[in-house]
Design a protein around this ligand. Sequence first.
Ligand SMILES: [Zn+2]
Length: 375
Amino acid sequence: MNSVNIPDKLRLLNSNSEVALELIDFIKERKFSKIALITTTTPNYLITNELEIDLYKYLETCSMPLLKTFQVITPSVSYVNQLQLSDFDLIIGIGGGKVIDTAKYAAHINNIPCVSIPTSISNDGICSPIAVLKEKQNKHVSLGATMPVALLVPLHLIEKSGEESLISGTGDLLSNLSAIEDWKLANKETNEYIDDYAVMISENAALNLFTQVKNYILQNKSRDQFLKDNLKMIIESIALSGIAMEISGTSRPASGAEHLISHSIDELFGGLKPHGIQVAFGMYITTFLRSELGYIPENTFQELRAVLRYLSLPTTLAAIRITKEQLVKAIIHAPQTRAGRYTILNKIKLEEKYIEEILNELFEERLGLNITQIF
Ligand SMILES: [Zn+2]
């Protein structure tokens, strides 16, 4: 049986000084003294500066300490490969998704533990064993990475990180529901191994969000109110989603056909929206397909549509700035972005005419029921 790494420390914090305190405590306890900070210049320089000062003060008390900050300009596989990290015993990633992925992958190839300090949550990678990094041109690869030993979340910075980024995080989390459907399908059709525990965690993490959105819709509460009241739940659910990937040793609990469609959009058109927003759009399509093919009740699709709309996640071509012709191409190309991943796309004819018909049906407004009929 594979060993499962789960962070020793998970803290949601409210100021830079709280983050510094928890970080130094952890470093002291685990006796780290050679530290590489991986970050970007903006907008995280303030917290990085404060942490550098506090770390410097603490490390003065250690023998032979080392502290160096690496500013990521272009996060990519080749950037990580050229980093000289063999002298360090801990990597700390401070920043958005790309920085955290860079830190987790650098930790993996150098066999050094890492701490994740995410300043935004635009995807589900804040605490997962997978990093998505650019390889060449628009091609992104999913790589094995080190699960962080500690996750310190500065809530005050995430609150300020912008609405689009937070909405993108909710999209990536919701997409677990589509990914799990594909995993179950692959297990049934091809006998692919499925990890029940990972399914349970991933599904419940996404359902926390889904159910809570439904409650807010039924109570007529605004989306802004929802985001304000539920930030902790969203972050904790995203952390659980990462743990599901760690338990199963694959991205399966959080990545199915909806991710393949998003990767395909990235490859063909250079990425039109942040990752979580694109995968939510992918999920809108894959859930419709499942409902059309009779795998799920139509009402499940209607519910998803209401939830996506409430969160301002895309349910129209215009919202993602893609034409129908481009989307047809992206769906046909999608399975090639990850060979061997069996999904709902294996159940349909990947032909222009057929996909076009499906999309015509999906994007014409024949499905407009009111909320009380849906929930
Ligand atoms: Zn994702």
